[in-house]
Every structure is written in C-alpha cells, then in structure tokens.
Ligand binder design. Structure first.
Ligand code: TXA
Ligand code: MG
Length: 324
C-alpha cells in the first residue's frame, strides 16, 4: 500500500474503532480482529464474530511498553527485560491486570495478556488509536488463523467493518506467550521467539505451565483445525498411506517436506519449504489451500524434532487433534 493510502485507511480504521466497530489488522504473526479493549460492547462484538466462548481471554495490543502500566500492575523486572529485548515483536506477556481492565478481556482472571506488535501498519494504527486493542487471531473459533487480508475476508465476510491490508504476515505463527504473573516465568504457548531466546534474556529457565498458571484456553488441543481430518505422519509412510487411501477411492491432500510425490491421481500435493521460518510463514496458507481442495484426508509430513520447529509442532498437533 502507498503511504498516503495506508494513512487514509488507518484514519478510517480509527474512526471505526472509536465508534465501537471491528477492524482486522495485520501483525507480524497473524492478522488480529481488533476492537477497543476498553469498550465492553466492542469487545462483545469480537466474541460474537469469532464464535468464541466468553471465558477465553484476549490479548491487548499496545503501541509501546510505555503503556504497560495502564493495563498491568505489580510489573516484575523480568517483564521490562523481555519487553526491552523482544518488543515490538512476537511475544505476549501475561501480567497481573491493572484495576479497570474489563473482565470480558481477561476472561474474569486476575491477569491480562499484553503485546506490542512490530508490523508497521499495526504500529501506525496503535499510535493513531492511542488506546489498547484486543486482537485475537482473525479466524472463526477453533479454525486456521488468517495470514493475509483475503483470508480474513474469507473468515468473516461483511462481519468486520474494516480490514487493513498489510500483505502476508512475516512470521505466520502466533506470538510466544510467557506468564510472568506467577512465582516463576512459564511458557504458555510456543511461538516465533524460542524458549531458548526467552531463557537467555531472562537468565533463568522457563517453567512449564502448572495448575496455578493462568488458563490459556486457546492453547488447548483441537485448534487451528482445517475441516479436512489431518494426520501427522513420518515422511517414509506418506507414499504407502496415500496409495492405501487412493485404493479406497479417497482424495488425499498432502503437506510434504522431503517425501516424494507418489504417482497416483486424486492427490493434492504441496511441498513445504525446508527451513522452519519459511515453513511457518507459509503454514496456515498451505493448510487453507489444502483444506479448500475438499479432500477426504490431509497427510502432514512430520517436521524434524529440533527445537526451532517447536511452535510448528505445537500447531500441527492441534490441527491433527480434531481428527481423532
Ligand atoms: O500472535 C498473536 O498472539 C495473535 C496476534 C493477532 O497478535 N493473537 C492471538 O490471539 O493469537 P488469540 O486470541 O488467538 O490467542 C490468544 C491466546 C489464547 O490462547 C488465550 O487463551 C491466551 O492468549 N490468553 C489471553 N489472555 C490470557 C490471560 N490473561 N492469561 C492466560 N492466557 C491468556
Ligand atoms: Mg487464535
């Protein structure tokens, strides 16, 4: 988008937000479905548009860490350390909520999720708006996140007042979520910023979430799910499985990495990029394309076990969880 056009669309988006409307906006991770986080009626529209249960809390997006104190209290030094290192960027911090933060936003919990996105259009929007924006991923509840403006329109049609088009999201996978509200920092959702990077910034290990951690319902199994049943399989089994499904007259979608395409009909095949970053960038678009082919089953080749693939393993496991 040309600067003048971007400016005009942001002005319009701010008008919509101030009037309590919904604005989908790009971030470096995925598109967010934005609404004024301090307007209960506006936030309700987000839940309605997504079909999301009300006890699923929302991330509040802010322009910079200077706004932290408007949303959080008892902010520990570790929050400033991580904010300095990774904001603006794909990291969400869970902190104790400031008085006045809507129950609707926090799911009634005493914590709030905060993030400063780095996408230039998100930054322009947040600075122009001035306040916080709730921004769940711009997809209907449980489904594949949107990484382009077209995907947002596919999800919501006229259900969103304004879609800011910032192109394809650079990272393609949702932010890492770190809980700093408890005794020890815990990783609630793996994302683009690895556990190792967060641990080295903190100078301390991350705990796994425990019973005392804030609920992060969006991190439960069965999420990010295509309509087509997904099976995660080792590369050496793809050929055999595809042939066996084909013999049963089934149509098969495959997200492959190294496996070679078997010469059978009824097959929709995407060869995913080799590197984890590029794979993540394309992941949701690839799942959408394969899903749109309307096959009977989707085979996804298991990526390597290395830690750089952690967030991708997490999303693929959830996509496959709906099939069983
Ligand atoms: O990258 C992202 O984080 C994207 C972009 C748009 O910023 N947003 C996103 O939002 O993924 P959503 O709503 O799809 O996922 C937010 C996750 C959910 O798993 C939710 O349960 C968790 O954050 N969450 C939100 N507030 C929380 C809180 N106070 N305590 C624990 N988890 C929380
Ligand atoms: Mg989501």
């Amino acid at each position: 988008m040309k600067p003048a056009a971007a400016e005009a669309s942001v002005v319009r988006a701010v008008t919509v937000l101030r009037a309590g409307g919904l604005v989908a906006f790009p971030t470096e991770t995925v598109y967010g479905l934005g609404a004024d986080a301090s307007n209960a009626e506006a936030v309700k529209k987000v839940f309605a548009a997504k079909g999301r249960p009300h006890d699923h809390p929302l991330i509040v997006h802010i322009a910079s860490s200077a706004q932290l104190t408007a949303w959080a209290r008892d902010i520990p030094p570790s929050a400033h350390t991580l904010a300095k290192e990774f904001w603006p960027g794909p990291l969400t911090l869970i902190l104790k909520r400031a008085p006045g933060v809507l129950d609707l936003v926090t799911g009634g919990q005493d914590t709030v999720a905060l993030r400063v996105p780095s996408h230039p259009l998100a930054q322009t929007l947040l600075h122009a708006f001035g306040g916080g924006l709730v921004g769940p991923s711009a997809n209907r509840f449980g489904r594949i996140s949107a990484t382009t403006a077209d995907h947002v329109r596919e999800e919501f049609g006229a259900g969103v007042d304004c879609v800011l088009d910032g192109g394809a999201c650079e990272v393609g996978i949702e932010s890492s979520i770190v809980d700093l509200s408890g005794a020890r920092p815990a990783l609630l959702r793996p994302g683009a910023i690895s556990a190792g990077q967060i641990e080295s910034a903190l100078g301390a290990p991350l705990a796994a979430p425990d019973a005392a951690s804030p609920r992060a319902p969006g991190t439960l199994a069965k999420h990010y799910a295509p309509r087509t049943p997904v099976m995660l399989v080792e590369g050496n089994l793809i050929d055999e499985l595809a042939r066996s499904f084909a013999r049963q007259g089934k149509r098969i979608a495959v997200l492959a990495r190294n496996a070679r395409q078997p010469l059978i009909s009824q097959l929709v095949w995407i060869a995913a990029p080799d590197a984890a970053g590029a794979y993540g960038h394309d992941l949701y678009a690839n799942l959408r394309r394969l899903d749109a082919a309307g096959c009977d089953v989707m085979l996804v080749e298991q990526p390597p076990p290395d830690l750089v693939w952690a967030a991708i393993h997490d999303r693929l496991a959830r996509a496959a969880a709906s099939a069983v």
